[in-house]
Design a protein around this ligand. Structure first.
Ligand SMILES: *Cc1c(COP(=O)(O)O)cnc(C)c1O
Length: 466
C-alpha cells in the first residue's frame, strides 16, 4: 500500500517513509491510496480478542510489508503492556446506551498516549533498520509535551528536545515532563510565552541546513501513524458493543480533528458508525462549520479544556479530501482560500451530506462545569472538562436512543484537578503510579527567548552525528 498527499504534489511514499516524513512536502497530509475493508465476518472475528490483538488486525494492512508482522505484534504488545488497565481502553456505562470509552490509562493520563506510545517505538524500529537517527523538537503549552516525551524516552535512535514557557505551565504538567531524566530527553524552560516557543520551533524547521544537519522531526498530530493507532479503539469499542450486528455512535471532544478523523477512517474501513458528534468549547470553529457550512477563523480564547483551544483543525484537510472525492486540486483551492481569507464555505447539498454523519455541539466553561457536577451526582464518575464536553455533546445531539452513544474520555480527571474541584468540591487524586510525582527529581534548563542560543543548545545535545 502506498500513501498519497491530500494536495497531490508530493511523491507517493511507503508506510515507513510516511511515518518519518509527517507532513508531505507539498504541505498536504498523507492518506492511504486504498483503504483496507473489514467485512462483517472480519468484524465479528474481533469479538473477544485482546486490545493488542485487535490493534494488530486493524493496523497490519496499513504497514504493507514496511514492518514484519512478528516485529509489529511485539511492538504493539510492548506499547500497551505499560498501560494501567488490563483492557487498555475499557468501556464504562453511564446509562442505557450511554457509554464512556476510557482513554486515560497510559503514562500521561490522556488519549494521546494510545498513539504516541506506539509512534515512539515505530520511529525507533524504522530508524534503527535504516541506520538513521532523528532529533525531535517541539513546543508545548503544557499538555502535549509530556505525551511526546514519554513516547520517546530511552529510544536509541531518537533525541527529543521540548520547549515550554517558563512558569506558565501547571506544576503537574511541568513535572510530567521534567521528571523524565532519560539521557535522550531535554526540557527547556524558555523565558517567554508559548507563542515564543512555537515560533522558535517553526524557525528551526524553516532553517533547512539546521534541519538537515540534525535530522529534525516532529511527532505532531498530523502524522498518519497517530491516526492509524487511534482507529484501533473505535474498532475495539464498536465490536465490544455489538458491531457488526448493530451500529454505534461516538461523541468526541475535538481540537485538531485527529481523534474524530480516526473514527471516520474506521467507518470507511467497514465499522458501522451511525453518528459522529464533535464537541467544542468556546473555540467552536468546527461546531459552527457543521451548523452552517462556513469554516471561519476566530481568535483563540482560553478555556477549561485547553487541549481544544484551537481555531484551525489541521486534520480536517484529510476529511475534505474524502468529501471532494479525492480531488487534490479542490483541496488545494480550499486551503489556499482559508489561508488567504480565513474562511471557506460548502454548499447546501454538501452540508446535508456532511450532517448525515457529523454534528457539532458547543459548551462554554460554565456549561462544562455544570456537566461535570451533574455527571458526578448522577453516576459518581469524575470527568475532566474535555470528557464532559464529549458526554454532553453526545447526549444533546443523539438521534436515536437505541444506538449506543460512546463518549471518548480523553483525559483523566486528575489532569485538570482545579476545574474538577471547582465543579464538584472533590479534588481528584493522581493514580498511584503517579502519586510520587511531586517528590521526583526534576531536570530542565532555562534559556532566554533567543533563537541562536536555543539552536546551539540543540546542536550540543543532539546525538545525530555521534
Ligand atoms: C488533544 C486532546 C483533545 C483533542 O483531540 P484532537 O485529536 O486534537 O481533536 C481532546 N482532549 C484532550 C484531553 C486532548 O489532550
Amino acid at each position: 500500500m502506498s500513501y498519497h498527499s491530500t494536495r497531490g504534489q508530493a511523491p507517493a511514499l511507503a508506510f515507513d517513509d510516511v511515518l518519518l516524513a509527517g507532513l508531505a512536502r507539498d504541505g498536504g497530509l498523507y492518506l492511504p491510496e486504498a483503504w483496507p475493508r473489514f467485512s462483517e465476518a472480519d468484524l465479528a472475528g474481533l469479538a473477544g480478542l485482546s486490545y493488542q490483538q485487535v490493534a494488530v488486525r486493524v493496523m497490519q494492512p496499513f504497514l504493507d510489508g514496511s514492518i514484519a508482522e512478528d516485529d509489529f505484534a511485539a511492538l504493539v504488545a510492548e506499547t500497551y503492556a505499560g498501560f494501567d488497565h488490563a483492557a487498555v481502553a475499557p468501556l464504562t456505562q453511564l446509562g442505557r446506551n450511554d457509554w464512556l470509552l476510557e482513554l486515560f490509562h497510559g503514562p500521561t493520563l490522556a488519549f494521546k498516549d494510545y498513539a504516541l506510545q506506539l509512534l515512539g517505538r515505530l520511529f525507533d524500529h524504522v530508524l534503527t533498520k535504516k541506520g538513521r537517527r532523528v532529533t525531535i523538537v517541539g513546543a508545548t503549552s503544557g499538555d502535549t509535551g509530556s505525551a511526546a516525551i514519554e513516547a520517546c524516552r530511552d529510544r536509541a535512535a531518537v533525541d527529543i528536545v521540548i520547549l515550554h514557557p517558563k512558569g506558565r505551565t501547571s506544576e503537574v504538567q511541568r513535572r510530567q515532563m521534567t521528571t523524565v531524566t532519560s539521557a535522550n530527553v531535554r526540557n527547556i524552560a524558555i523565558e517567554g510565552t508559548f507563542d515564543d516557543c512555537q515560533d522558535m520551533v517553526k524557525a528551526m524547521f524553516n532553517d533547512q541546513p539546521f534541519r538537515d544537519q540534525l535530522n529534525l522531526s516532529a511527532v505532531n498530530s498530523i502524522n498518519w501513524a497517530r491516526i492509524m493507532a487511534q482507529i484501533v479503539y473505535y474498532f475495539a469499542a464498536g465490536t465490544a458493543l455489538g458491531a457488526p450486528h448493530r451500529p454505534i455512535s461516538f461523541a468526541v471532544p475535538t481540537g485538531n480533528f485527529g481523534n474524530v478523523y480516526a473514527a471516520f477512517a474506521a467507518r470507511r474501513m467497514g465499522l458501522p458508525i451511525r453518528q459522529l458528534v464533535v464537541g467544542s468549547n468556546s473555540n467552536d470553529i468546527l461546531t459552527r462549520f457543521f451548523e452552517s457550512g462556513v469554516m471561519s477563523k476566530n481568535k483563540v480564547v482560553p478555556t477549561l479544556s485547553p487541549s481544544m483551544d484551537i481555531q484551525v483543525s489541521s486534520n480536517f484537510e484529510r476529511y475534505l479530501f474524502d468529501l471532494f472525492g479525492e480531488d487534490a486540486a479542490r483541496v488545494v483551492d480550499f486551503m489556499e482560500r482559508f489561508r488567504r481569507d480565513g474562511r471557506f464555505e460548502v454548499g447546501e447539498t454538501m452540508l446535508a451530506n456532511i450532517n448525515s454523519l457529523f454534528q457539532g455541539y458547543r459548551l462554554d466553561d460554565e456549561a462544562t462545569s455544570g456537566v461535570i457536577r451533574k455527571l458526578y451526582e448522577e453516576t459518581g464518575e469524575l470527568l475532566d472538562p474535555h470528557t464532559a464536553i464529549g458526554v454532553a455533546a453526545g447526549r444533546a445531539r443523539r438521534r436515536d436512543a437505541s444506538t449506543p452513544m460512546v463518549a471518548l474520555a480523553t483525559a483523566h480527571a486528575a489532569k485538570f484537578p482545579d476545574a474538577v474541584e471547582a465543579a464538584t468540591g472533590i479534588r481528584p487524586a493522581l493514580p498511584s503510579r503517579l502519586g510520587d510525582l511531586f517528590e521526583r527529581p526534576e531536570r530542565y534548563d532555562v534559556l532566554p527567548n533567543d533563537l541562536e542560543t536555543v539552536k546551539d543548545y540543540v546542536r550540543q545535545v543532539a546525538r545525530v552525528n555521534a
